[in-house]
Design a protein around this ligand. Sequence first.
Ligand SMILES: C[S@@+](CC[C@H](N)C(=O)[O-])C[C@H]1O[C@@H](n2cnc3c(N)ncnc32)[C@H](O)[C@@H]1O
Length: 307
Amino acid sequence: MHTHGHPQGHAQGHAHGHAHDHARTHGHAQGHGHHEHGHNEGLAELLELDAEVLHDYHAGIFGWVREHDPSGRVRSVADLGAGTGAGTLGLLAQFPGATVTAVDADEAMLHRLAGNAAARGEGERVRTLRADLDAGWPAGLGGLDLVWAANSMHHMADPPRVLADIRAALAPDGLLALAELDSFPRFLPEGAEGGLEERCHTAMARRREQDMPHMGDDWAAALAGAGLKVEAERRFEAALSAPLPEAAARYAHASLSRTRQGLADLLDPADVAALDELLGDGPRSLRRRADLTVRAARTVWIARRVS
Ligand SMILES: C[S@@+](CC[C@H](N)C(=O)[O-])C[C@H]1O[C@@H](n2cnc3c(N)ncnc32)[C@H](O)[C@@H]1O
């Protein structure tokens, strides 16, 4: 992690967003579109565990993004729908001369993000900006060399509008890197528990059809439609197997408990009971399993503002 190279003259520290004072909660495509209290705390925990367990996988993606900046000109970066900061921190490591504006509608996420940045000694290079991107582009956010948007674009009510705003906020030759999950993480070996996890994923897909109509959009077409030139597209697969770091079991637990909470109404009662056993402390507990894996995949598109 680089701790040097703080450019002068950037807005730094904890700046609070423009215009949007209402708190929003956002359904997560894992099937939790119900805005119950504490919902996003669970999401924040999940995002942090994802960043920890798949650290090397994410670092590989950020390294690939940096390959599209061979002259090292990236200084001003925005992370849209930044969550707890996996992207913000990963990009700071790859672009030592850059500062990142982390944008999110959720103040609690930004609070955790600022804490995570400070814990890494990177607080000075991060500015948090609370803004609901559905309500319009944040005033003053422009001249960007790189915009990173990971698993956030599908949350937007009108992605083409946001993509057009991103294009306008990019500096000439600026880059947009868009990452979207192809599949949510799977933790049980294929076919385990009679195919329980596959049935959970099928239920997730059904819930997403209701809650997340833009999940799985044709993003290359959307980028081109916004006047950006798509330069690269790459699918990144993660496949961790035993022996896993200890945090992987916590990640599996956090993820499957969100599945249990968010999808119980779509699952067979026997599957809900099986999830409860995995999540409990009994003989079938996840904690006792030595066969857990972490399998996930996302696609990243790199697009440039050429005019
Ligand atoms: C699935 S999380 C992804 C977080 C992070 N980019 C990552 O990959 O770890 C989606 C994030 O987008 C934020 N978000 C959703 N809709 C938004 C909107 N309209 N404006 C700003 N942020 C939004 C949520 O609050 C959440 O933090």
